[in-house]
Design a protein. Structure first.
Length: 366
């Protein structure tokens, strides 16, 4: 392929992604809507709309007849034209979600994983779960791929799980490559919390600025959305929020350090002291806000959701009373809008984003 052909192919795909991102954020749109939102020329937008319509990704939703000028064709996204399956791999369970092009969850299911499971255990569970989801209703012709939100540390760039905390059999495992060969589908691998914050950004759109999703589910992690996109860090391993130290003389953590937020929190939770566990998490959240000046904190994870009132109250109080000048440094604290499905759904949305969207695009207001 020549450089010119490659550049044209990239530009065509990028322009298509811009139009798809607009279609995902509004119920209906016209050519002028896309021009205003993206800065593309009317001619370029017309070509993209023609291609997307031919591919069945968008369709005509009627005609708007203004008082003056020509009628304008109105378009809408076709949500059921494409799907992706997302997987949330936790230390005890595997959760799968089937998500359409608009980001709606059509089906979710959770199954147990063996204690200290191996890559082979996970691959078989993934295949069985996907077969079960697609058994009665076969969307494979419209299935874009599989996204996996996995426990870290994780090398997203190379598709490797590097010594996942608390799991003995995951030293530099090429999970993305193994899963693609085992499932016969494209696979996107990312850290669980990064997948989760992607889901929140999809659903909240332009209102979701610099943010963190905090997950409490056997472990603790933080997924970051900074500057309009997922933040993975220099080695694509950002998010090890639970392994920041809050007690220099604290107990030994699974990561090898002492006094990590995760182990201090878990000790309190295992003792039944949920108020203290929530307080430990709240201290960590305030530390994050002091470091990154975030506008949104989203709380998620099965263990947290079982005691959501206690955690929400503790974090809200800490944010409002312990952040200096909280009247100015305002931060919204909320529970995940997708509940226990947020990681799996976000992993699926990442797959759809790779093909049909631009993460973080916010249509400009005309």
């Amino acid at each position: 392929m020549t450089r010119t052909t490659a550049d044209v192919t990239f530009l065509r795909g990028y322009n298509q992604a811009l139009v798809m991102a607009v279609g995902r954020t509004v119920p209906t749109f016209e050519r002028s809507t896309v021009v205003t939102a993206t800065g593309l020329t009317p001619q370029a937008v017309s070509k993209v709309i023609a291609r997307l319509t031919a591919d069945g990704l968008i369709r005509s939703a009627g005609v708007r007849r203004p008082g003056i000028g020509k009628p304008a064709v109105v378009y809408e996204l076709v949500p059921d034209s494409r799907y992706a399956i997302g997987a949330h791999v936790a230390r005890r369970t595997l959760r799968l979600a089937l998500v359409d092009l608009a980001g709606r969850v059509h089906h979710s299911a959770v199954s147990p994983l063996p204690r200290d499971f191996t890559p082979e255990h996970l691959l078989h569970a993934l295949r069985d779960g996907i077969d079960a989801i697609t058994a009665d209703w076969e969307p494979r012709g419209r299935l874009t791929g599989v996204g996996i939100g996995m426990i870290g540390p994780l090398d997203h760039g190379n598709g490797l799980v590097r010594d996942a905390h608390g799991l003995r059999h995951w030293h530099d495992v090429p999970l993305r490559e193994l899963a693609e060969a085992h499932l016969g589908l494209p696979v996107h691998l990312d850290k669980d919390v990064t997948a989760g914050v992607t889901a929140e950004a999809w659903r909240r759109g332009g209102r979701f600025g610099d943010a963190v999703l905090i997950m409490v589910e056997s472990g603790i992690g933080g997924g970051f959305w900074l500057g309009g996109t997922a933040h993975r860090g220099a080695h694509t391993n950002a998010g090890e929020f639970g392994h920041t130290v809050v007690d220099l003389d604290g107990p030994r953590c699974v990561c090898g350090r002492h006094g990590c937020l995760e182990v201090v929190h878990n000790r309190a939770a295992e003792a039944g002291d949920i108020a203290r566990a929530a307080r430990v998490l709240a201290v960590g959240v305030v530390n994050l806000l002091q470091t990154l000046d975030l506008a949104h904190v989203v709380l998620a994870g099965a263990d947290l959701l079982r005691h959501q009132r206690a955690y929400l109250a503790a974090v809200e109080e800490a944010v409002h009373t312990e952040v200096p000048r909280a009247d100015w440094l305002v931060t919204d604290v909320a529970l995940s809008s997708l509940g226990a499905d947020v990681i799996a759904a976000g992993a699926a949305m990442q797959v759809l984003d790779r093909q049909y969207g631009v993460p973080g695009l916010v249509p400009r207001q005309g």
